[in-house]
Design a protein around this ligand. Structure first.
Ligand code: PEP
Length: 246
């Protein structure tokens, strides 16, 4: 129904090792899937093990600062030099574990854009917000912090991932209808600023996607692929999910 390419992104989180990186490159290289882009986001230490990859690489996080006295942090330019094209920003685990606020997430998006990295902006509501029914307001606030800082035009250089927190790593997937409802809401929200950009924006679904449920989710009109956690650690399973995005 639309002409957007699909994107399937694997988020290894703090899992994997050099050996898995080698296996992943062997499994994915040469697998060109019509209309589908493949992205792997390993821990940044392992980016160097993907030198031979013919698919895209991304970081899982970046600093809002360009350089300097920020021990333990990784900058946008470092990710770029290590071969990244994308970077996850505002993953719910970072919002929770590292107390990343909407404003900090916006600054990180800005830092990524300044360096030519494509931010994959992660948004999504926790279970309590889903239950009290205010999830559209919650997600609007997450988007608006970024829109206010970088401007709507920058969404031409971004990807958004809708990841309901209650579906991440829980085995509890949003139904295709629940995903489509929020994806359409996000697209309509961006359209208030710029319709053309909203039509071109890739919006990924994340939350317990597996090869068994991927096709149904990815066939929703406003779902343009997925952000895959647990299931991205198994090369064959991840490849099957990529194929389901065709
Ligand atoms: C994620 O890490 O972004 C994610 C969606 O995890 P999982 O697929 O394991 O739910």
């Amino acid at each position: 129904p639309h002409s957007r390419r699909h994107l399937v992104a694997g988020n290894w989180k703090m899992n994997g090792n050099s050996q898995l990186a080698t296996q992943m490159v062997a499994a994915l290289n040469g697998q060109s899937i019509d209309g589908v882009d493949i992205l792997v986001c390993p821990p940044s230490l392992y980016l160097g093990d993907f030198k031979q990859a013919d698919f895209s690489l991304g970081g899982q996080n970046l600093s809002e600062f360009a350089s300097g006295a920020h021990t333990g942090e990784v900058s946008a330019s470092m990710l770029l030099e290590a071969g990244c094209k994308y970077v996850l920003v505002g993953h719910s685990e970072r919002r929770t574990d590292n107390h990343e606020s909407n404003d900090l997430v916006a600054k990180k998006v800005e830092a990524a854009l300044k360096n030519g990295l494509i931010p994959v902006l992660c948004v999504g509501e926790p279970e309590s917000i889903r239950e009290d029914g205010t999830y559209f307001d919650f997600i609007s606030a997450q988007l608006d912090a970024v829109i206010e800082l970088v401007g709507i035009a920058q969404f031409a250089h971004m990807v958004v991932a809708y990841e309901p927190v209650w579906a991440i790593g829980t085995g509890k997937t949003a139904s295709p209808e629940q995903a489509q409802e929020v994806h359409k809401f996000i697209r309509d929200h961006i359209a208030k600023g710029d319709t053309d950009i909203s039509q071109k924006l890739q919006i990924l679904y994340g939350g317990s996607v597996k090869s068994a449920n991927a096709k149904e989710l990815f066939s929703q009109p406003d779902v343009d692929g997925g952000l895959i956690g647990g299931a991205s650690l198994d090369p064959q399973e991840f490849l099957n999910i990529c194929q389901a995005a065709k």
